[in-house]
Design a protein. Sequence first.
Lengths: 274, 1146
Amino acid sequence: MIKTYKIIYLAAILPILLLYSCQKDGVHITPTIKAINKNFSISGFVLGDTLEQYFDGVKMRDYYGQVRVTYNQNQMAFVTDEVNMELRKKSTGETVYRQKFSIKDEENVVPKFYFNGLQFSNGYTYPAPQGDDYTANFYVDKKGGAGLVDINIEVLEYYYDSTKPDPIVVVNTTVLPLAQNVKPGEWTPYVKMPVPVATPQQSGTDLYPIVVVRDAQTKEYYVNKNRDYSTINMELPYDGVSPGKVQSMYMNKKPADANSFFLEYLDLVQLFPQ
Amino acid sequence: MFKFMQKSAEPCFADRIILTPCHGQRISLLPNTTKQERKPGFNWRFLMKCSFIALVIQITFAGLLLAFTVKGQNLNEVKVALNLNNATVKESLLQLQKNSAIKFTLFNQLLAQEEKKVTLNTPDISVADALKKILAGTRLSYKLVNEFIVIEAKAVPPKPGRVLGKIVDEKGLPLPGASVRVIETGSGVMSAVDGTYALSLPPGTYTIEVSFVSFQTQRVTGVLVTENKSTPLDIALKTDAKGLKEVVVTTGYRKASVAGLYAQQKNTSNLSDGISGDQIGATPDKHVGETLKRIAGVSTNENRKVVIRGIAERYNVSLLNGSSLPSTDVQERDFEFNLIPTNLVENIVVAKSITPDMPYGFAGGLVQITTKSVPESDFISITVGNSFNSRTTGKDFLGYGRGKYDYLGFDDGTRNHFPSGLLNLIGQFDPTKTDEQNKITAAQVGEQNKRIGGTERLGARVFQSLPSQNYQLSLGRAYSLSADKVRKLGFVGSLSYRNTQTNDYVPNMRRGDWSHEPARANDPTDVNTGNIYGFNTTLGLLLNGGFKTEKHQINTYNLYTRIFDNRFSRYTGWTFESPKNDADMKYPSIQEDDRPKFIDLLQNKVSGTHRLNSFTIEWGLARTALNSIERDAVSASQTSKEISNTVLYTYNTGTISDPGSGPLHRDEYIYKEKNIDAVFSTAYDFKLGETRHTFKTGANYLKKHAFYDWQILPIAKGPNSTVPIETIPVQEWGNYMGMEDPGHSLFYFKQDYTSNQFEAKSINGGAFIMLDHKLLPGLRIVWGGRAEYFKLDTIKNSASLLRDKNSRIFFAEKKDWYFLPSANITYSPVKDVNVRASYAKAAVRPGMMENSRFSRFNPNYGSLVRSQGVSSTLIDNIDAKIELFPGAGELLSVAYFYKYFDKPAEFYRIDNENNGRGYITISNSDWAKVKGWEFQLRKSLGFVYSGLPFLKDVYVSGNLTLQNSQVRARELQYEKTAAGADTVYYKYLKYPRALYGQVPLLYNAGIQYAGKKLGVNITLNHAGNKTFITGIEPLFVEYERPRTQMDAQVSYRFLKSKMEAKLNMSNLLDAPFRYFINDPTTYELKPGNEGKLNLEWNDKYAYKFGFSEKFEEGYIDPATNRLVGDRQTATRYVGRTFSLSLSYNF
């Protein structure tokens, strides 16, 4: 009897297990995409805190500094008819902006925005130019260090010698301070930019004005203690020629490799034209 | 007397009820019980109560009842009338007791088991006759006790027990025809041709006498035979050297049994180690590949390929029931042992030295797998088991579409996409051209696409992984055709099923075509990872039979194994050519490989042994067929594209300008091999004075015929195609293959540059002469030689890559015949000690496809595997071993071995194309020398403290192999002669290196307790640095890092040992398989070598301080932010496995 029961039991349980086990169709791991819209765009500027971009609850990327579409990021895939985007403040997780995109829309555009680490706004605001004056404010990012910096116009008096490894030989430098003891993480007030004027000390030399950042304490060049690395491109006034101009310079010292840095800078006025 | 009385017409519900005649209208219950009328619909409580009451009555008064003097009512005189029509036994007895007025005692359980129907209509029949008629043919009898008729079960005679064993001489050689007699009964049998015997005896204690011509008769006293059990008794007879024919040696059972075991342990003329079915049963191993590493000097490559004494799989020969096995890997000479489930195996013996009668040459070892043999007694056993893997069960299990019958091991047709007669589109179809411009029209291609079928099966999907399950039914029957002679017939059959799902996790893959290092050392996300999902269904059917007499034995072995093995590899990462960057390679690509393989292995063998006076004839004839079909093997890659809201992964298609198989192709690989194997030998035993000798001669023949066919179907699209493959799931691509608009369709771009076929035949024949001398007491010399012939004919040899189409395989086989001498000496200077020495020359032949021009990408190597042509390897083997047998089942041994390989074949990674990745190929080196030591121990702990008897059942065991090898490598050089002709020559490297597959350190350690019911077994297996792939310089040599695996098993027998439960735990340490390469950052140019070319690595470079050939993790160089250390090429975790199995033996 025991034998019979055992065999019947086993004979019954085997096919049950087998049948239970049979799973022919799994669930595809690649979702089916209904459509790809190639007219997505997002632009803006973020500083002070990182913004995290989420789509349908899945984080895609961080935004810090300039926000723009690169490579294939102009494309948006629709698995369902709608895609929800959120921008969240990284430090708190707070959603500062959200937008829905529909599969029916021809274009999926995020309005240009500016986030200063606290507030999300539709754009960066700045004053209109006054007469022929050149004014500028500066923002040095804390990510490059907390030490104070000086921002100057330096007029280089130089000559060119192609036989030397560095063919530009500077013989004299005239310093025109723009902003002193700039505290990283804060915008400076707008300052008027002087016309870079200097008197050559030698014959056969030329003058070349640059805007350069230095460590306020040591007076060393800010990036890699190197002039060229610490220079930012700004438009400088020329007496009687230039119309007035406003510039808002954002600067961020970033690591290039293990031992060196580079200076990322951007004029927010150009990014947010009025 | 108390009675439990019940209305006679009522059915009985108690275990035991004393019935009164019908006039007992009242129910009188036992004292202290409540008077109760029986109500309709008794519930179970009442049933239990009745049972309990009846039990109390039974226990209390049964003795009393039986003690009463029988007061002889003469049942013959009491006449009754009966009117029974198709009545049950119980109903009949009830009527009889009613009509006879005699009290009956019935056991309800006994009555319930009887299914007999009684028809008896008579007006006048004695009670005795009535009882006889009613109880006839039942398992019941009656007896008269006092005034009761007690119906009881018939007395069952005790089942006989058996004494089983083998009669051997002092050397352990079987003695057929020996007389085995039971003194007490006078009965006896003769031993069979293999020395075995079996006696069937009633339970008791006996004295067994064994006698044989020219041996001292031996009596063994105290042989205990228990009911339905087998008592093992192997007896070793001593030679009657002094002619003391009248002397009978009397010894006790235990002593005789131990001596018999000793004799067999010491028997073999060669060096061998093995593992028995019992020992295998004490491990958690599922297939032979897992078991082999437990044998001394044996390790395995990923549990599939066997490495013996640190010598790789291609130098080891596998025999199944004495016949050679085909190679299961088309590109290597190798048999994958995972094909054979352990539950079909009787034992595995690995011979490490060669005698001339061994039909096939080897260098590492000869793996002899013997499947279950004919049993000595009948048995049926059922095993049911489940297992759980910590990295698999309950986790996501990825793969392509499955078939309905995958769990049964068969294809349901959904993988059949390879119809015959497909059109070759090379140069005949271009989707950018019109039909007029093409030889094959778009409609024809569309029709072909339709015949091939859709892509529904493609695309990775998630399944739920399930616990592994296994079932086995085994049946053994033994028949004795004669009462006094050995005429035994028997068979054993086994049917087994196993489904196993595995998920190997690869956290690091930096081999071959994958990126070899992160783009930035401090980027933890820049890593290539993957999983290998294994779905395996194995069906095993075994049917072995045999017939034996005193002088003849014929066996047949039949094994069929059906395996569906689907390995789905899915790797994610960055390639060597396109490493990670934050711009367009921010996200990894995906490489998928789905390889569903259906394997049929069928072996049919007949073998015989015949002993005619002093002649012993042995023969065997076997046919082994292997069919391996990889059907709808898919290789696919996906590239990533970061878009705004997701990372888009798209399966890539091929292009019409790509001469290869492209990034997505569906393949079919059919490999068939048939082996016909015949062996024949004759041995003649003779005496010269007091010495005994055997002359043996024989021949063997092995014919192999291999056939390989492959079809590759790349999926391609035209250069201007607008098929939106990004949005069409790959499983729907088949809907876009109609070719109505050829420029904008997908299609199967079948492009055959060759016939895609390989066919070869080989013949391996040999003849040997061997002399076996038993000269002095304890000295045995076996020597001789064999002449061996080998011929390999490659009939078809297509290149599978376009670039190999015009290349030639360089294959230098010197000659067909070799003479291979060998000699083995065994000397026992004192009792229980063997000293062995041996020399043998062996030839290892190339595998059938080792000279093929077939190449294929191996996803786990991350590389192509190709062949450069291989010739035979000649090996000189020298072995020495000392064995000590301190007790039954105990062993202590030390062995030394030295081997010289002439033209060893090895797996190289070479980089002829100088692309930094290379490929893997097999090729001969110049020579190799391998030497090593082997130690083995198995000892009972009974000696530790006699006050703890269980220690006798505790064994510690271990084996240790230390090995060192040196290879002189060579490089093929190409040169033009002055006359402008192409020539090749070898450049020999002066610095030796380790042999491919070498494991310098290998050990197993274990402790086992084998009690009557409880068994516990813990084993540890350790393999040191293994040379996994060799190469000309460290950059290409890949090693496997040391690995230690710990397994444990707890078993318990219950239900009178009929049922056994086993809890197996394997890989308890979750030890990964880890591989590495000595990275160029760990070595530097020797001073003064700057700019020098053509220097050997050892001349040019030296390891930096703190680095060596072994694995060193290294450090991150702060200056470069890069790792200075060995490259970890691959790591694979297989997880811990816990399995529970239940076996029931009927």
